[in-house]
Design a protein around this ligand. Sequence first.
Ligand SMILES: [Zn+2]
Length: 273
Amino acid sequence: MPELPEVETICRGLRSRIVGRRIVGVDVLEPRLRTRVGEDFASALTGKTIAAVSRRAKYILIDLDDGSVWMTHLGMSGKLIWVNAGRRREKHDHIIVKLDGGNELRYHDPRRFGLSLVTTRAELGSLPHIKTLGPEPLDGEFNADYLYGATRGSRRKIRDLLIDQTTVAGLGNIYANEILFHAGVRPTARAWKLRRSEVERVAKLTPKILREAIRWCGTSFSDYRDADNQYGNFQKHLRVYDREREKCRACGASIKRVAVGNRSAFYCPRCQK
Ligand SMILES: [Zn+2]
């Protein structure tokens, strides 16, 4: 599932290519995503010029010159790729946005858990998807004081608190596990029991790990690709995620996996107390 670094990588890849381009046509081949693509989706985009590309949490926001915003969430397996219009279309290409200059944006999503809608800049902040989001971890608002406050009184496991989008926007299971490894905190630890020093390490390492992952263009397991349909490279740098029974790169102990809710948590029993 694409998380903040993957979505940020896609936005950076798209920005230089699509800002200033005019949308000359839209084909919705399969509207049945997590939320059905609106009837007016194609007409809302057609004829508009792309003004900006940005990100909020795991949402890709493409601003158009009339004040509207095309918002995309990649769900579990979505890709938003920039291709030459002549390239053969693939199965699971659900939305085709044709640009002047002979390129297309293609929304591809085998599992169809994604979302694609058009709203306005003015209304964006009041959409239920956006309204409830916590602070961006790359902004100063997400800091030790904030996270310490969020952990106090929370009986939840710290991993669960970190992947809750209302606590912090954009983290998912991969990066929550990685951050906790570097912080020396077990993913199963109860949030309220963490010491101030532990919370400080988590808060400080969160933007650091995310920035490093962005530098490596994100993590690819099965589906994730960037805007050019290329793999990310951070999977080579993972310390615990998806490394059950492999050796810890810091101490050599065997990495453990535990089921927490419906998602696995991974940790080193020696490095994480
Ligand atoms: Zn270790």
